[in-house]
Each structure stands twice: as C-alpha cells, then as structure tokens.
Write a protein that binds this ligand. Structure first.
Ligand code: EPZ
Length: 417
C-alpha cells in the first residue's frame, strides 16, 4: 500500500473528524518515562511515527498497549537508555527521548536521529542547552552518548526557536535538581500540551504558552490520564484542500484556537469560514485567490508544516504568489513533482519560490519524498482534472491516519494500492 490513485476535479463535500495531534502525542509518550508509573494517553493517532515511538518505549522496558483510541504506558520497569533501532534513525521525534531518558536514567545511547529530507536538521541547540544542565555528550561511530552525573537546573537562552530543543529542556528540567529558566522557548501548541500533561503528573511549570518558561525541578511525577488535542496540521491540510478543490466541509474537533494564521490565509484565498466550539465549517471559492506572499514562521505564524499544501493550492491561484520558507532550508522538494502536474513554479532563491497560477492542473505520476510534501501532492491530485498517482505514501502515513478514507468520505475518488 505505497501508492495513492486519485481521479481529481471533485469538489469536496461533507464532514470529517480531525485525528489527535502527532506532534503532541510523540513528546507526551516520551514524557511518560518520567513517572515510573502508568499513564493513559487518549486520542492518539494511529500513524507510523506513533507505532515507532511505541516500539522505542518497549525497547526501553516500558509495557505499552493500545486501549480503544488511547495508549496505556507502564514505565515502571524502564532500563538504562539504549536505543539503536531503525525507528530512531528514521524519526526525528525520537530526539525528545533524549531529554526524557536523561531525566529518568541520567544516561542514554541513541543513533543520531534522522527525520525527513527537509534539511540538515542539526541538534546543536539541544546539545548546547543540555550541556548547561550538566549533560556530557560523546559521539562514537554514529552513536550519540549522553550522561549526567548530576542533572541540574540552569538559565538557558535559545538563540532561535526550536520545538524539539524546547521539549528536551522541559523533559530534563522537570527532573533536574533545582529550577530551570528557559528564554526563547518555542510556543507551539504541542509544547503547551506537553506542559499540561506534565502538570497533570505533578510538575510545576510557569509561563506555559509564552517564550519564557520557569520549570521547577526535583519533583516526583505520577502517572495520569490525559487527552491529546486534535492535530492542527491535519485540520489545516483538509481546510486548504477545500480551498483548492472548492466544495464545503465541516472539520469536526478542529483546534481552531491554534489555527488563526491558517484560517486567516484560507479566508484571504476566498474561503468562507464559520467557526464554532465544535469545529470549522469552510466553503471553498471557485478559484483560490493568489496571495502576494505567504511566509512561514514559528507559532503563532503560518506553520512550515502547511507550506507545501498552501503552495499546491496556489498553483491554481488567480495570479502570482511568492512562498517564503523561513524555518527549514530544503522544504521545496515538492516543487518538481507539482510541475509534472502542470504547475508553474520558479525558485527565486534558497528560501523563496514564485508560483504563477494556472487555470487547472493535470494528473501525473508523482512521488512523495517527505511527509508534508506528500500530503500536498494528494491535495494537488484532488485539484487536478484527471488521474494522478502518488507513490512514496509511507511518508504520508507517518502523519495522517487515513488520508484516503477521509477524502473518500468527502466525496473524492481516491484509493490506496
Ligand atoms: C518540530 O520539528 C516538528 N516535528 C516539525 O514537524 C515542525 O516542522 C517543526 O517542529 C517546526 O519548527 C515534531 O514535533 C515531531 P525545530 P523539530 O527544532 O523539533 C533548526 C512534521 O511534518 N534547528 O523547531 O525538529 C532546524 O534545522 C514535522 O510533523 C537547529 O538548527 O524542529 C530547523 O531549521 C516536520 N538546531 C529549525 O531549527 C537544533 O538543534 C526549526 O527546528 C534544532 C533545530
């Protein structure tokens, strides 16, 4: 099941319920290591990155089971941290196990985490910050060895926004001796969810949701029952796809409070939105309006994870659009594939592309090379006037529970093979 076939040109109609957030679930699963007890994490998405995280937790001695739409984690039998598996290499989000294992066992050996091909994905911010907390690092034969005789609090200033580094500092900080003050913390909603889970476990964190966190160390953490919020990137993917295909959708449970930059863009593109506690209703325009410039930024700016989908939609915009990617250095790999479908896109420099809107895309055989670019190709296939096939869909299944089922239930002619 590594390809998706789409017969496009259908306006989407209907209602879809948004899955739990991948990027909140992963650090929260890592954080369950800190309690040494049982935690039940509800609303977890059934996606391959979560399955990989589960196998990593099991390799560390956790007992992990799905129960209904949640995951029960018993971390009472956790052994010293040795993670050498395919999952670590291929999954950037395993990096948050670094902070969790240092907090639990004061040492960890892991393969240098990989992730998608959207950039070099260095970990210098993680390492420099954890060193300030007493962690020593050694790199030997592709392995990252971290240990701390005494993990202690510190005053840390991150020079630039990093979701993962912020998560690792929080995970180590709640277990460190003494308090940690983190300036320049990322403010993504997934970090807020992590902090709320840790508070439910007994942690004390001030400034949640701001760029300055004060983390009380040395507290005993207990297992708890916690619900993961809905995935704002999946909701944004479906919202923008409706702008590109036309039609009207109701996105049930969409976390609209965390999506202001996305809903604003959808309205500027010509969408008509009605937002309620239960979700977002969107009616797409006949043709998306071209937006002069769409620039990605750390939260609450426009999310980099929706840049490729916005790019796909603007390929049929009613004019020219500049897309500027300011978070990752190589997040335009989908351009080549969109051009196979008749899009007119020109790279202006390393961080900018110019899109000249065309009336309609045509179908083609295209290849996904990473998660969000793959979702953008599905969006483009749904917008195109005839048949497309998207290969490399295992990337897409890392973050979307069942993108084919969801779009099929909205009237699209789409199958996975
Ligand atoms: C998280 O990745 C998300 N992944 C990404 O979502 C998301 O795009 C990104 O945050 C947004 O910033 C998960 O939560 C699992 P960063 P992360 O640290 O933590 C550079 C998806 O599709 N950097 O905020 O890896 C880095 O190279 C994924 O769901 C350093 O230079 O991102 C990037 O250019 C893709 N040194 C920028 O900072 C470091 O030590 C932001 O990275 C760390 C990061």
């Amino acid at each position: 099941m590594d390809s998706i076939h789409i017969w496009g040109g259908v306006a989407l109609q209907g209602e879809v319920c948004i899955q739990g957030s991948k990027n909140a679930t992963l650090p929260i699963l890592a954080a369950t290591l800190l309690t040494g007890e049982c935690s039940y994490i509800r609303n977890c998405p059934r996606i391959s990155d979560v399955y990989a995280m589960i196998s990593l937790l099991q390799s560390l001695g956790c007992i992990v089971n799905w129960q209904e739409n949640g995951i029960l984690v018993d971390s009472s039998q956790v052994r010293r941290g040795e993670m050498r598996s395919e999952a670590v290499r291929g999954m950037r989000s395993s990096l948050c196990l670094l902070g969790a294992m240092l907090g639990r066992c004061s040492e960890v050996v892991m393969e240098h985490p990989g992730g998608c091909v959207i950039g070099s994905r260095p970990i210098d911010l993680h390492i420099e910050a954890l060193k300030q907390m007493g962690v020593e690092f050694k790199e030997e034969a592709g392995l990252l060895k971290a240990s701390a005789d005494r993990l202690h609090g510190a005053v840390i200033c991150l020079p630039r926004s990093s979701v993962g580094a912020t998560e690792n500092i929080i995970l180590a900080g709640v277990m460190a001796e003494g308090d940690t003050e983190l300036k320049g913390a990322a403010r993504e909603p997934e970090i807020v969810a992590l902090c709320r889970y840790l508070e439910c476990c007994g942690a004390c964190i001030e400034g949640i949701g701001t760029d300055c966190l004060r983390i009380k160390g040395g507290r005993t953490l207990y297992g708890t029952d916690f619900e993961v919020p809905a995935d704002r990137i999946v909701a944004g993917t479906y919202l923008l796809t409706c702008i590109g295909t036309g039609g009207n959708l109701f996105l049930g449970k969409a976390p609209w409070r965390e999506m202001e930059a996305v809903t604003n863009l959808a309205e500027r593109m010509g969408g008509k939105l009605c937002i309620s506690e239960k979700g977002i209703y969107v009616q797409g325009p006949d043709r998306p309006r071209a937006i002069e410039c769409i620039t990605t930024a750390p939260y609450p700016g426009f999310p980099t994870d929706l840049q490729s989908v916005a790019l796909a939609v603007e390929t049929v915009g009613d004019g020219n659009t500049v897309i500027e990617e300011k978070i990752f250095e190589n997040r335009f790999r989908v351009v080549e594939e969109l051009c196979r479908m008749g899009a007119k896109i020109r790279q202006l420099d390393a961080s900018k592309v110019l899109v000249e809107g065309v009336p309609v895309l045509h179908g083609a055989a295209v290849e996904a090379r990473e998660l969000r670019g793959g979702a953008a190709l599905v969006t483009a296939g749904l917008m195109a006037r005839d048949k497309s096939s998207v290969s490399g869909c295992l990337y897409i299944y890392r973050g979307y529970e069942n993108i084919c089922r969801d779009f099929r239930e909205l009237g699209a002619r789409i199958i996975s093979v």
